[in-house]
Design a protein around this ligand. Structure first.
Ligand code: N01
Length: 535
C-alpha cells in the first residue's frame, strides 16, 4: 500500500468541475486565493459529462443557459440550437475551462471520499480515493443538485443478461440499439428525451411507466440569427431582466398576470394554445396562478391531457399517458416528439403505477404476473436529488458530526448555502436555495459570487471562520416550507420532496422565487452576515 501523500495547504478546495466548480475556481483565483478543483470524472462538464443519453439537451433556452459573468464570452460563443444538446454543452464547459486558464487548477479522475473539520486548526481535512489529502480553509461543494443517480433496488437486477444503462451514467462509447428489444424504466425528463430517439433505433421499445409525465413541446431548432443578434446587442439588459424573473429566466415570455379562473373557456383555450405553440416552460405562465391554485392548475392539466388524447391514436395508451397529478408539481418535461412516439408500431407502454415491477429477470422484467422480454435495459430512474451526493460522503463537521446524522430528518441549512456545525463549508445550488426552480447557471453565478464575496469579507475583517447558527437554520427551513405551502408543490411525490427515494425523509428542499431569495442573501451579507457566527 502506498503511503498517503502529505497534506498541502490550500485556501479553497472545490469539489466538482461542472459549471459551478469552474466558475468558483475562476472567482477564487480572481480573489487571490489558492484554490483547487477536485473532480471524479476524467473531464470537466459535470452533468453534461455524465448525462449523455440519446436526446440529452437543456430545457432552458441556450441564450439563457450560459454564463453571464464575462461579456466577452457571451459575445464570442455561438449556440447552434434554441436548446443546446449535450455535446455542445460539454464543448462549452471545455471552452470555459480553456478560455479562463482553469485547467491547471483542476485535478480530474479523483473522487473526494470524505472531509472532516479540524477544530484545532480551523481547517477542513479533505480525503480522496487516490489517498491524497488536502488541508483547506474553505470547502465548496460544487457537486450539483442532480448528481447522485438513483438505481432502484429491483430484485434480480444483477441477473439481467444484457447491458443495463442508466441515463445519468451513460457510456462514452456509442450505444447501438439497432435490431434490439429495449426496455426503459421511468418517464421523467431524461426518459422523455431519450424515448423518441431510442424508439427510432430499436426494433422494439417497451416503456415501464410508474407516473405519467406532463410534457410540453420544445419546438427546438436552429437558433434564430435575428434573436441571437438582438440578445447580443444588449446581453447585459437581457440578463438583468431575467434576474427579475422567478426562475431567473423567461423574461421574453413573462407570466400572464391574469388568473386562469378569471377568463372564459374560449379565451383560456386560446391562451394555452398560444403558449403551447411557443413551447417550453413558458406554458406554466399562461396564467399566473397555475402553480398556486389547484383549480387553475386543473385547467392547464386538462389542456395538456387534451393534447395527449389528440396526439396518441390508441385510446388506452392515451389514457395511461395522461397524468393525474397537478401539472408542474413534478418538474415539467420539455419534449421533442414524446407523445407522438407512442404511435409507432414498435413502442408499447406498460403501466407499473398500480402494480410495481416485481423483479428484473435474466431476459427482462416481471410485473403483475406478466413477463416482458428485452435485450437491453435503460434505467431513466433519476437522482437522489439535492442531498444524495453529500450523504454518500464521509463528511463530518464540528465534534465529528456526520452529515448523515445532521440531515437524518432532512437537509437543515441556512440560505441553501451553509450548514450549522459545518463551518467554512459552502454548498452551491444546495437544498434550501432556489436552484432547482431556476436556470441553474443563474443560481450558480449568484452562489459563487456570494461565497467569493463572503471569503473576501472574512479576510478583510480578520475572521477565520463563518458558520450558520441553528436558529437561523431553523427559521430558514421553516421559510422554505412556508413558501411551498402557498403552491401546488406539496401535492405530489416529487424529487423536490425526496419522495422518489424509498426511506428518504420528506422535506421540501427547493425554494421558489429567485429575486426575493437573492435580495435576502444580499441583505444577510450587508448586515455583516446576519444569522451566521463569525470568529
Ligand atoms: O428523473 P425523474 P430524470 N419503478 O426523477 C421512475 C433534470 N433533467 O432523470 O415519477 C418504476 O424525473 C419515476 O417514477 P415516479 C430535471 O430537473 C433535466 O428523468 O417517481 N419507476 C420517474 O418516472 C429533472 O426533473 C433535463 O413515479 C421508477 C423516473 O423514474 C431531473 O433532472 C433532462 C422507479 C425518474 O424521473 C430528473 O430527471 C433530464 C421504480 N422503482 C433531467 N424509480 C433537461 O431537459 C423511479 N422511477 C435539461
Amino acid at each position: 500500500m502506498t503511503e498517503p501523500k502529505p497534506a498541502r495547504p490550500l485556501d479553497v478546495l472545490i469539489v466538482g468541475a461542472g459549471f459551478a466548480g469552474l466558475y468558483m475556481l475562476h472567482r477564487a483565483r480572481q480573489g487571490g486565493l489558492a484554490a483547487r478543483v477536485v473532480e471524479s470524472a476524467p473531464s470537466v462538464g459535470g452533468t453534461w459529462y455524465h448525462n449523455r443519453y440519446p436526446g440529452a439537451r437543456v430545457d432552458i433556452q441556450s441564450m439563457e443557459y450560459s454564463f453571464s459573468f464575462s461579456p466577452a464570452l457571451q459575445q464570442a460563443w455561438h449556440w447552434s440550437e434554441r436548446y443546446a444538446a449535450q455535446p455542445e454543452l460539454l464543448r462549452y464547459a471545455n471552452h470555459v475551462a480553456d478560455r479562463f486558464g482553469l485547467r491547471d487548477g483542476i485535478q480530474l479522475n479523483t473522487r473526494v471520499s470524505g472531509a472532516a473539520f479540524d477544530e484545532d486548526i480551523e481547517r477542513w481535512i479533505v480525503r480522496a480515493d487516490t489517498g491524497e489529502t488536502w488541508s483547506v480553509r474553505f470547502l465548496v461543494m460544487a457537486t450539483g443538485p442532480l448528481s447522485a443517480p438513483n438505481t432502484p433496488a429491483f430484485d434480480g437486477l444483477d441477473s439481467f443478461a444484457g447491458p443495463v444503462y442508466h441515463t445519468a451514467n451513460w457510456p462514452h462509447e456509442p450505444v447501438d440499439f439497432t435490431g434490439k428489444r429495449v426496455g426503459i424504466v421511468g418517464t421523467g425528463s431524461s426518459a422523455v428525451q431519450a424515448i423518441p430517439l431510442i424508439a427510432q433505433q430499436a426494433r422494439e421499445l417497451t416503456v415501464f411507466q410508474r407516473t405519467a409525465a406532463y410534457a410540453v413541446p420544445a419546438h427546438n431548432g436552429p437558433l434564430d440569427p435575428a434573436f441571437e443578434a438582438r440578445i447580443k446587442a444588449d446581453y447585459a439588459g437581457f440578463r438583468a431582466r431575467n434576474l427579475r424573473m422567478s426562475g431567473g429566466f423567461g423574461s421574453e415570455l413573462p407570466p400572464n398576470p391574469v388568473s386562469a379562473l378569471a377568463v372564459g373557456p374560449t379565451e383560456r383555450e386560446a391562451a394555452f394554445e398560444e403558449r403551447w405553440r411557443i413551447g417550453g416552460f413558458g406554458f406554466l405562465g399562461t396564467f399566473h396562478d397555475i402553480l398556486l391554485d389547484e383549480r387553475a392548475n386543473a385547467l392547464a392539466a386538462e389542456f395538456v391531457r387534451g393534447k395527449i388524447r389528440s396526439t396518441v391514436r390508441d385510446p388506452e395508451t392515451a389514457r395511461l399517458l395522461s397524468p393525474k397529478q397537478t401539472i408542474g408539481c413534478k418538474r415539467l418535461c420539455v419534449d421533442t416528439g414524446y407523445y407522438e412516439t407512442y404511435n409507432r408500431p414498435n413502442v408499447r407502454l406498460v403501466d407499473v403505477g398500480e402494480h410495481p415491477i416485481d423483479a428484473i429477470t435474466p431476459t427482462g422484467l416481471e410485473t403483475h404476473g406478466r413477463a416482458y422480454a428485452f435485450d437491453a435495459l435503460v434505467l431513466a430512474t433519476g437522482f437522489d436529488a439535492m442531498t444524495g451526493t453529500l450523504m454518500r460522503l464521509d463528511l463530518r463537521g464540528r465534534g465529528g458530526l456526520p452529515i448523515q446524522q445532521k440531515w437524518r430528518a432532512g437537509p437543515l441549512n441556512y440560505l441553501g448555502l451553509a450548514i450549522a456545525g459545518f463551518p467554512n463549508l459552502f454548498n452551491v445550488a444546495g437544498p434550501g436555495s432556489t436552484s432547482a426552480f431556476t436556470n441553474v447557471i443563474v443560481s450558480i453565478e449568484h452562489h459563487v459570487n456570494w461565497i467569493a464575496d463572503c471569503i473576501a469579507y472574512l479576510d478583510a475583517h480578520g475572521r477565520s471562520t463563518i458558520e450558520a447558527t441553528e436558529p437561523a437554520e431553523s427559521a430558514w427551513v421553516a421559510h422554505v416550507n412556508a413558501v411551498a405551502q402557498r403552491t401546488v408543490f406539496l401535492t405530489c411525490n416529487s424529487w423536490y420532496l425526496g419522495a422518489n427515494i424509498p426511506g428518504k425523509p420528506r422535506m421540501f428542499m427547493p425554494l421558489l422565487g429567485f429575486p426575493p431569495y437573492a435580495d435576502k442573501c444580499a441583505d444577510v451579507a450587508n448586515k455583516g452576515y446576519e444569522g451566521f457566527a463569525l470568529a
